[in-house]
Design a binder for this molecule. Sequence first.
Ligand SMILES: Nc1ncnc2c1ncn2[C@@H]1O[C@H](COP(=O)(O)O)[C@@H](OP(=O)(O)O)[C@H]1O
Ligand SMILES: CCc1ccc(OS(=O)(=O)O)cc1
Length: 285
Amino acid sequence: MTGKFVWFEGIPFPSLDYSPEILREVQESFLVKDEDVLLLTFPKSGTNWLIETVCLIYSKGDPKWVQSEPIWNRSPWVENKYGYELLKEKEGPRLISSHLPIQLFPKSFFNSKAKMIYLIRNPRDVFVSGYFFWRIAKFVEKPESLEEYFEWFIRGNMPFGSWFDHTRGWMSMRDKENFLILSYEEMKWDMRSAVEKICQFLGKKLEPEELDSVLRNSSFQAMKENNMSNYSLVKGLHLEENGHLLRKGVTGDWKNHFTVAQAEIFDKLFQEKMADLPQELFPWE
Ligand SMILES: Nc1ncnc2c1ncn2[C@@H]1O[C@H](COP(=O)(O)O)[C@@H](OP(=O)(O)O)[C@H]1O
Ligand SMILES: CCc1ccc(OS(=O)(=O)O)cc1
């Protein structure tokens, strides 16, 4: 992996609106406010699903907001120029998205009471989802084969760096009361309970019919049909014409793509890198 990336502090960022200057400024000077809510993920963990869900919780299940404003404006990315400029101007409580590793995150967060949701997903499914997504993205070097991307992934030579380092880094926050760890798997297995967990964490109360509407409007099908959330607005510009952000939306797709040898290498690496963390943190293991 060599071209079409912006490198900062040893991490490759997409060549879309990211620069070392902005990344440094975000880290040093972006002011996180106590009332902000931060949505943090490694790419392809279900970021957009989480954003959609939290937006719907904020609108008490009313789909007007998610159907009228692009997802990247509702919860802008703090680390790219577009999102950073938008966030600096935003009044009141903000939703903020980020893929940044902990060591590059705005320093002000660590002295604030802002709440953060860290969404994790089985890295094997993150791998498969990423493989198909980066092949339709125009702003990163495309992996030529699954084998090549496997090498990138296990070495951490890929957009936003190593999944293992990212996850280990943020997991160090797990005992803080303003930090919630959620998994893509628990959202898939029991979305009602996952939404209730998010509401409890954010101090939001939904009536039963509002909760039903959150579930309906954040479903895979609803998001796939919502042009404000499915990235169809940037097709041709940033994504290939035939590309879909919402691809399959399932757990365990990795079993359709890994060879036995790759699965063994991955298991061994996961054990090596994550052994000292409580295994309950990883519901798919
Ligand atoms: N409402 C939803 N329900 C389930 N999965 C969803 C979803 N919205 C997005 N996803 C999945 O989340 C992944 C994209 O993650 P991110 O938002 O972090 O880029 C894709 O996974 P797949 O490629 O496995 O289908 C996409 O299909
Ligand atoms: C606007 C094009 C775009 C940018 C970033 C995306 O997601 S991710 O940051 O790579 O997870 C998707 C589409």
